[in-house]
Write a protein that binds this ligand. Structure first.
Ligand SMILES: C[S@@+](CC[C@H](N)C(=O)[O-])C[C@H]1O[C@@H](n2cnc3c(N)ncnc32)[C@H](O)[C@@H]1O
Length: 258
């Protein structure tokens, strides 16, 4: 008997009517991180055969809207829109926008390259796919929307994680119990898309325009509040942006200009 057929999640998927054992990965991730909720618009990239789509549909309910994209055809799922497309192709974003009918609340991506067995190459191709998914998420997600993506671990993983951290307020790598022990896959869970004009690590010249409740200085950058610890009203400063939240950011003083 093949390994898959003995696997606990494989058997459960058969019994419970899910098309793939990976359905349990999304269920477990959602239980922990609460990415998808009732009424959400969800885009699933690399969605065949459709286990995640089934779970997303259950979680988003009747009011939700689910769109799945894959190179392969997906057997129809009631209430889910699917089409064949390459997530690395430029034209795919417009097709998804049309299908979802507005901004997405959540973008999920379990896409995987065909494995060659040459580890470095498979890792690089996985990172390429994950970057394509991140680029699509940036075009599709509403401010504060969430993103989930699979990545095979390897030496480019840390850089990719840093790229995701530039765009989302809360980011962490997670391996659900349903991932096979021997698997190198890891899921990056990214919550609350940042839509403001500043990013972690930005160095800016600002003037403190007001003081917050805590007494810290507040500078406005294109209408976005940046809280600068220890800054005084009216000061001109060079600052470095730290944590960025959906509606404001924190920064530290590099240099006082006055
Ligand atoms: C592990 S499967 C996804 C399983 C799915 N989450 C489920 O629960 O049924 C990975 C999928 O990624 C798809 N894929 C790989 N590269 C792709 C690309 N460039 N564009 C779209 N889909 C892609 C593959 O065709 C494959 O169906």
């Amino acid at each position: 008997m093949a390994r898959d057929q003995k696997d606990h999640y494989y058997r459960r998927a058969k019994e419970e009517g899910y098309r793939a054992r990976s359905a349990y990965k999304l269920l477990q991730i959602n239980q922990k991180f609460h990415l998808i909720k009732k009424g959400d618009r969800v885009v699933d990239l690399g969605a065949a055969p459709g286990g995640w789509l089934q779970v997303a549909k259950e979680l988003a309910g009747k009011e939700g809207r689910i769109v799945g994209v894959d190179l392969e055809a997906i057997e129809p799922i009631p209430g889910v829109v699917t089409f064949r497309a390459d997530i690395t192709a430029e034209s795919t974003v417009e097709r998804i926008k049309e299908a979802i009918g507005g901004e997405a609340d959540v973008v999920i991506c379990d896409a995987a390259p065909n494995l060659s067995g040459a580890w470095d190459m498979d890792h690089a191709r996985s990172i390429d796919l994950s970057r394509s998914a991140l680029a699509l998420a940036e075009k599709l997600l509403r401010p504060r929307g969430h993103f989930l993506v699979k990545v095979f671990q390897g030496d480019m993983f840390t850089d990719f994680l840093a790229e995701v951290k530039q765009e989302f307020s809360q980011v962490q790598a997670h391996s659900p119990a349903a991932s096979r022990k021997e698997s190198a896959e890891m899921y990056v869970v990214a919550k609350k898309r940042i839509s403001g004009p500043v990013r972690p690590g930005d160095v800016l010249e600002v003037q403190i325009e007001s003081l917050g409740k805590s007494g810290d200085g507040v500078a406005m950058v294109n209408g976005f509040a940046v809280i600068v610890k220890g800054a005084r009203l009216g000061e001109r400063l060079r600052i470095k942006v730290g944590a960025v939240k959906p509606n404001f950011a924190f920064a530290s003083i590099i240099e006082r200009k006055d």
